[in-house]
Write a new protein. Sequence first.
Length: 391
Amino acid sequence: MRLAIVGVGQAGGKVLDQLIEYDRTRGTEFVEHAVAINSAKTDLMGLSHVPDSNRLLVGQSIVSGHGTGTDPETGQECVQEDIHEVVEVVGRAATSNIDAFLVIAALGGGTGSGGAPVVADRLGEIYAEPVYGLGILPGAEEGGIYNRNAAKSLQRFARSTDSLLLFDNDAMRTSGETLSEGYTEINDQIATRFGMLFSAGEIEALSGGIAESVVDSSEIINTLDGGGIATIGYASEAIETKNSGGRGLLGRLLGSTDADADLESAGDATNRIMSLVRRATLGKLTLPCERDSAARALLIVSGPPEHLSRKGIDNAREWLESETDCREVRAGDYPLPSENRVAALVMLSGVTDVPRIKAIQQVAIESQDETEDESGFEELIEYGSDSDEGI
């Protein structure tokens, strides 16, 4: 899936940088165009992979390049002031070569939380391609102001995009690890999950592998169609080569045709895929949710072609349908001949029962001044309950 990606704010720029590195390292070429937007000059200077010509300093007449100080209203003003330049630079991407736009931002700060919805809105007005959001939720220990910002931005960002993929810092952080210690690992987790999702099916990435049921950009778009919130689960396992014949490396080099070994290998591949899909679905999601509240699901299994079992993928898809109570489940393989791991990625789209969002909104209500209008937050608190309605 080929994307024009816009990173807004400090975290948005860093995640964009990480996705570009992932893309270049693996030669997947899903990043067709990359633009970083910030109101703080030093943050733009700290990027490594975004081209200098695609780093935009916005709102200079408002904050003089010093950032917004976690004020999303100021962030919104900064991006709005220079939105024409933003559109010009983002528009350098040939839309005939891209499948969608992706706008990335942390939702608890200032420039990203305030500016990302502005960018998404304008792109949606101009282009026919879908505009997706990748939002990063603040940790609970970051304080009321960040969670309050996130509650406001979440609603606006979801309404501005065709679908909003969320990553919860708290859910993915290792126990006992501080936020500063976890940022690098968190960015790696984001790049791994979303890099695999968006690179699936790219011809350059297949490197000669033949997929029996390839997952291409249309499968991703159809899964995200309908809007709302999406979350991703991921699990991988290193492949242990068998040095005693059969389907192991030495056996393949010697041309072994041991029937029992082939049957054992096929069974192992099927069982491995089932195990990985269960771990991806039931383990850490980028946004914890009630899995049976999903409207649509997508399953991608990647790895060396000889370790991708069609039966395993079919069985896993049937299990995922049962586990999520979702009848719109797409599944396919993503052969990567040079890989030494098999990985499973599960995306749940249109989820409606999300305790973390409810908690963020509750913190936001409790932290706001008594003189402010609470009606907006009270309306938002219904999201994440048993209601079928999204944001």
